[in-house]
Design a protein around this ligand. Sequence first.
Ligand SMILES: Cc1cc2nc3c(=O)[nH]c(=O)nc-3n(C[C@H](O)[C@H](O)[C@H](O)COP(=O)(O)OP(=O)(O)OC[C@H]3O[C@@H](n4cnc5c(N)ncnc54)[C@H](O)[C@@H]3O)c2cc1C
Length: 372
Amino acid sequence: MQTFDVIVLGAGINGCGIAENLARAGKQVLLLDKAGVGQGTSSKSSRLIHGGLRYLETGQLHLVHESLRDRKRLVEKYPDLVEYKRFFLPIYKSSPRPAWMIRLGLWMYDRLSGTRSAGKSRKEDVAEFKRRFPAFSEKDLSSVLSYVDGKTHDSELTRRVADDFQELGGTVLVHCKVESVNWDDNGFLIESSAGKFCSTVLVNATGPWIDEVNKQYNLPAKFQIRKVSGIHLIFEGLVVPELMFMQTREKRIFFIIPEPENDHTLIGTTEREENCSMDELQDQEEDIQYLLNQVNAYLKTDHQFRREDVRDIYIGVRPLVRKKGQMSDVSREYKLDLHTRGDTKLLHVFGGKLTTYLSLAEKVAGVLGCAR
Ligand SMILES: Cc1cc2nc3c(=O)[nH]c(=O)nc-3n(C[C@H](O)[C@H](O)[C@H](O)COP(=O)(O)OP(=O)(O)OC[C@H]3O[C@@H](n4cnc5c(N)ncnc54)[C@H](O)[C@@H]3O)c2cc1C
């Protein structure tokens, strides 16, 4: 049996970030995943390191501010993996939000970002936009705005954080099946396909699997999650030269994300409440059609996408936090849920974006009394 100070379940961005932070504080940490590093939601995102422009509309200023602060830190920490990019936002006569409202939102977004190096939002020249984005419909296009946000590659970022953790002496075990978790006043005993491990602290960072994990290992928790899936479609080639933030008529949004390094374009995403278990998750034809219809609504007839143009599809699940027994979400922000027994600690991580993993990991270290 091997003994660690802390065992972290789940090697997504949050588990890796927490493990790295605790290892930096001098703790002996085991990071354990039933699949591979970053193979869960942390490889199924829109790959943006962003504040979430649309959260301004719902007044979640704290979330936007924290995310923008982490965005700046990530651009500085991993300049080869996280970079600022300009996003274009065309506004049509049918757009559900008027241009002045979006300009106000972008002005606030610039202010909240607390940095000038990212570049500011601005009004673009419509004639120049038409020249550079020839696939886009020109009918009823009234103006074009742009702003700056962060772009990354989610699973590469997660793997980098795991590598940094290992360089600090941390242990990563993947494809490791946890058979049982026993908790008493002396600590945790984990029996797994890779052997037995014990620790006095267990961090559960299993993202959208968290309710299933708590049920399976009989762990107490104050919160539960609503599983809301989102898909991305991948198309061959670069449909547009820059990233785009698009609005649907129903006031939803989607992104068009060209990735020149892969010579493909991502389009996403959708929202669907899921009731199946995480490992049974499947994309739905209805969501594929929805995204195709939304993007085609903006493309000229000879540039429209057909179903057979979709080269690949991936699906991920957002774990939205709710109090146990309640149906409505607490908020889009993450929650840390600490349970103690004698000197031993169980800490659940509910929610948390790719963008905010640094702040989340620092808060976890604070709650566990390991802040540097
Ligand atoms: C469609 C979509 C788009 C998104 N876009 C963005 C974006 O652009 N920017 C952004 O900041 N955020 C985005 N997010 C949110 C972000 O991707 C996630 O919040 C984040 O990746 C969650 O990371 P995590 O580490 O908590 O969970 P995960 O990455 O899911 O990691 C959980 C890990 O736990 C493991 N696990 C499960 N059960 C067990 C078990 N029993 N034992 C051991 N290990 C187990 C899994 O294998 C998995 O590796 C998006 C999410 C979705 C769904």
